[in-house]
Design a protein around this ligand. Sequence first.
Ligand code: GLN
Length: 451
Amino acid sequence: TAYNKAVAELNPRLNAFITTTPDLALEQAKAADARIADGSATPLTGIPIAMKDLFCTEGVRTTAASKILEPFIPPYESTVSGKLKAAGAVMLGKANLDEFAMGSANITSGYGSVENPWKRQGEVAKLVPGGSSGGSAAAVAARMALAATGTDTGGSIRQPAAFTGLAGIKPTYGRCSRWGVVAFASSLDQPGPMARNVEDNALLLNAMAGFDEKDSTSAERAVPDFTTALNRGVKGLKIGIPAEYRLEGTNPEILALWDKGIEWLKAQGAEIVDISLPHTKYGLPVYYIVAPAEASSNLARYDGVRFGKRVDGEDLIDLYERTRAEGFGAEVKRRIMIGTYVLSHGYYDAYYLKAQKVRNLILKDFTNAFGQVDAILTPTAPSAAFGLDEKMNDPVTMYLNDVFTVPASLAGVPAMSVPAGLSAEGLPLGLQIIGKHFDEETVFAVSAAIE
Ligand code: GLN
């Protein structure tokens, strides 16, 4: 009841939820009480969470923040949301996001922008919560929910976590099932948790992770209890500091934060190793070829016939065109055009194929680095949260936000953002810990040491 009330009070201002489900939440809370009474509770039983509106939820509208899915009520439940439900988590509602998870500021949603509950000291200007999991981040940061689900394709869990003072992990690609999650770029998309601290992330990931035969890229790996890694400490661990992330022009505050993080780990007995990830600078261009290419293919299914919205036309082609013209927002259309362009005959080799080859080099960078070190420490984002009206009309500046997060996505390795301090203006800043494939445990251990 208290959380339902917080949602009802704060959501009109922050717009963190597209759909709220107060009655369902109460019903689930009652069921949770019964489980606690009969001893069948899990650590998540009764925990109120926000579900990113990219996870299909049976009987509850799922929009992906797109008008094209406005009337869509899935008859099925995504694997990850189903696992959380089975663990007894209580769903407060469906959290806002960038349309189809395309964005870094939660300003492309068809249901309005999300506001960051944080403000610059002494200012009233509205700030973005980051994106695409901006609604999830704002909901937890504003204490409307105890935790949230996110998805991360190029930084959409880590960057909003950094912008709102939360911890959030993008697990190894394949760790959490993508089944029932509205697809953006299938070779990159990965669900994960967002919460106020590292321990809560570990508890959530325990429930969310695991092999799923319904997702062909899901990994057949045992899921360890991630909480046991939290107290391991970092003594004797080798932590890599990649030279290429020291970008010219990076905000000095971010670099100072990074240096502080290095000192903290050193003080706790970690060995700091300078490493090189030489293809880092190709991360952004490769990502902004691969992700739109996959998106253009995934989004072909929204034709006005199979899912959601339909705008009638004179004939079938006209119906497709009108539905897509009205249903998709500007950023989604931009990505579809980039994607179809790089996949088209004549450009495929020059863009898409080349990008795939460079993606492989980026992966090799990480493989080489992990021959020397146990984890890598970098900043999460090049700045703190920015104003709601800044960067609005400039997609390229917006894409630059993802410079530190996309390489780990392209390589499929796990990466976590932890709150690591405040900017001079009083805004939260995050540090990123990147680990080896399926070694979330070391990521958790290092993150817990920084937190
Ligand atoms: N900001 C990136 C993009 O716009 C990443 C989004 C995401 O991870 N879903 O594509």
